[in-house]
Design a binder for this molecule. Structure first.
Ligand code: HEM
Length: 473
């Protein structure tokens, strides 16, 4: 097709388009490109046109007046083989199936009431975390590596919520060590393969060769994970006593409305929760604590707030979070500077549309550079400084794009803010924190699927009196 008045961009080569110039991390590369070509610019991934949006006004336009037209997702090999042939909530395009999935997600999985019903799990996992951390940290500072602590805790939270299982962390807390090991290995492999940037998605002729052997690997890992999920579902079905797990609730609903709650939908939802809801929350905890170690004045302010409103006689709980606005501002400022999905999830235009002064043809992939927008000096003065106080301004949090906007915005925002707030709040309440040396925490990122720290966070923590008082050691 001949395209008129599409956004400007670098000249493409025949067949490969601009694939040869892409650099990692993609969000930084695309920010540099937007300085050269404008806040709405074009790139060619093979023969697929992609538009990169880095301006808040164009972003608004995308997800208000163009929201439905942009509610489709691109097709990819991982979507086909890992996400059940594009039928999971994050991977499928707009339509009746997606609407049903979003309804199930908001009502039966992530509603306020359902998330609240899993509070015991979050309390148990965070208490275990504090107990483990305090072991070497009674009376003196101990050096701790927090990246794996956050990872294991978030995964345990999620898998317990989905299926009632604990698969991560110290073996003493795991019932079936072999099963847990298999799950961990399968999930790690799954995440790795789903994040692989696959040239065959844009250069279809490469699929004939499958030179990275990717398609075969994707099929293999899908089979392993699917078998695992089938077994988990079987186990839940055979349990006489009903448990409070996501799979159990959905199996119950399947009995009365089998057309809406098929096995594939239930497995797809479990996969979507694992994919979208674990690493994103874990890295937010890690970036937040890293920011606090580099900004002791913010850490002190958060601690004073917690000491005033919760004190040292009982552990902070989720119902305290509304009384802790400064803690919330720390998390918002962290999400601004280090959005876990720096390029969000790609959208695809189902029809011709306009964005700003440009035409965007049907089939175009639309990428949002959340990372660049949240560092735009026009909207965020001193954009690279960590300043939680900036959110004193009413309504500024609405300008964040970290959770997306419109129909396909993140349905897990409430749960994420709860679990990050609870974990960070408890770490501040229960421990004194400092850096391992005078040197600032390295804040460089690597971008695989989520924006994670290049150097995993290490810090020094010392238990505060509450840990002794509540006998958490
Ligand atoms: C700090 C944590 C999180 C961040 C920053 C985040 C961010 C995002 C973003 C940017 C999107 C894409 C929005 C778009 O397409 O425009 C998304 C989608 C999604 N998120 Fe989250 N998320 C987080 C946590 C969670 C949690 C805890 C869950 C579930 C337990 C979750 C479930 C989902 C799902 C299912 C989608 C796909 C929605 C759809 O395509 O219709 N997320 N998230």
């Amino acid at each position: 097709r001949k395209f008129r008045n599409i956004p400007p961009g670098p000249p493409p080569l025949p067949i490969i388009g601009n694939l040869n110039i892409l650099e990692r991390p993609l969000h930084r590369f695309l920010q540099r490109m937007s300085k050269k070509h404008g806040n709405i610019f074009s790139l060619w991934f093979g023969s697929r046109l992609a538009i990169v949006v880095s301006s808040p006004s164009a972003y608004q336009e995308c997800f208000t007046k163009n929201d439905i037209v942009l509610a489709n997702r691109p097709r990819s090999l991982s979507g086909k083989h890992i996400f059940y042939n594009y039928t999971t909530v994050g991977s499928c395009s707009y339509g009746d199936h997606w609407r049903n999935l979003r309804r199930v997600t908001s009502l039966d999985v992530l509603s306020t009431q359902r998330v609240h019903s899993f509070w015991e799990i979050r309390r148990d996992e965070t208490t275990r975390m504090i107990r483990d951390l305090s072991r070497g940290a009674l009376g003196e500072f101990a050096r701790v590596e927090m990246s794996s602590v956050f990872h294991d805790m978030t995964y345990n939270n999620m898998v317990r919520m989905i299926a009632g299982k604990r698969y991560y962390g110290d073996e003493s807390g795991i019932k079936d060590v072999e099963e847990a090991k298999e799950f961990r290995e399968t999930v790690a492999e799954l995440l790795k393969l789903a994040g692989v940037s696959n040239k065959a998605d844009y250069l279809p002729f490469l699929r004939w060769f499958d030179f990275q052997n990717l398609e075969t690997k994707l099929k293999g890992i899908n089979h392993r994970f699917d078998t695992f999920l089938n077994n988990l579902m079987q186990e839940q079905r055979s349990k006489k006593q009903r448990e409070n797990t996501m799979i159990h609730h959905l199996i119950n609903l399947q009995e009365s409305q089998p057309q809406y709650y098929t096995d594939q939908i239930i497995k797809g939802l479990a996969l979507a929760m694992l994919f979208a809801g674990t690493d994103s929350s874990a890295v937010t905890m890690e970036w937040s604590l890293s920011n606090l170690l580099n900004h002791p004045e913010a850490l002190k302010k958060a601690r004073d707030e917690i000491d005033t409103h919760v004190g040292q006689d009982r552990l902070l709980s989720e119902s305290d979070l509304p009384k802790l606005p400064y803690l919330r501002k720390i998390i918002l400022e962290t999400l601004r500077l280090y959005p876990p999905a720096p390029m969000s999830i790609p959208h695809v235009a189902s029809d011709d549309l306009t964005i700003g002064e440009f035409n965007v043809p049907r089939g175009t992939m639309v990428l949002i550079n959340v990372w660049a927008m949240q560092r735009d000096p026009q909207v965020w003065p001193e954009p690279t400084s960590f300043k939680p106080e900036r959110f004193d301004e009413d309504g500024l949090d609405k300008k964040l794009a970290a959770f997306g906007m419109g129909r396909r915005a993140c349905p897990g925002e409430g749960m994420a803010m709860l679990s990050v707030g609870l974990t960070l709040g408890l770490l501040i309440q229960c421990f004194d924190w400092k850096r391992v040396s005078e040197e600032e925490i390295d804040m460089n990122e690597q971008n695989w699927f989520t924006l994670s720290k290049l150097v995993p966070l290490e810090g020094m923590c010392k238990a505060r009196p509450i840990v002794n008082k509540l006998n958490l050691k």
